[in-house]
Design a protein around this ligand. Sequence first.
Ligand SMILES: CC(C)(COP(=O)(O)OP(=O)(O)OC[C@H]1O[C@@H](n2cnc3c(N)ncnc32)[C@H](O)[C@@H]1OP(=O)(O)O)[C@@H](O)C(=O)NCCC(=O)NCCS
Length: 164
Amino acid sequence: MLEVRPATRTDAPAMADLINAIITPGGTTAYEDPFDPAALDAEFISLPQLVSCFVAEEDGVIAGFQSLTRAFADDPLPDNWASIATFTRIGLTQRGAGSALFAQTLRAAREAGITTIDATIRADNTGGLAFYSRLGFGDYAALRAVPLKNGTPVDRIRKRFDIV
Ligand SMILES: CC(C)(COP(=O)(O)OP(=O)(O)OC[C@H]1O[C@@H](n2cnc3c(N)ncnc32)[C@H](O)[C@@H]1OP(=O)(O)O)[C@@H](O)C(=O)NCCC(=O)NCCS
């Protein structure tokens, strides 16, 4: 049975393992470098821009996590927007972890006064695009030819979810 709860700093090592397994083969997340627990904590759990970070746990194993953050200086967004990121453990996808996380993220967003959730997704991440579309996100912009570390240009699709 999946349980969704707020992430704590003690989850950082397990969350780092989970995301590193997604980063290493490449092709989906925009993150290209693996995280150690301190970097994971700083990026997803303990940052000042954080609105919420939840983990979905099944029998003591973290199946996925989802964070929601207000904008960073290098990518400004309108007031009361926040950006979402979701990671489900390889082997446990398409079993409801992402949507269970989103139910709690949406509640936290509402409580924080967020009006719009942005999801910025690599254009080659067909699974990620399908996931956010299924949750009700719609396209609103595209960032063209953002280079990966090796210089390969990859478009980013920006989707939004308006909280009514
Ligand atoms: C994208 C991702 C977060 C989806 O998480 P998940 O736990 O598999 O999502 P869920 O099982 O809750 O799926 C919710 C809905 O999206 C659909 N969906 C999820 N992944 C999909 C895929 N790859 N292709 C098509 N539909 C997909 C599900 O079928 C489900 O639809 P339903 O409600 O009709 O059953 C997961 O695949 C992942 O971690 N990918 C790698 C990292 C990444 O790309 N993150 C997104 C960018 S931040």
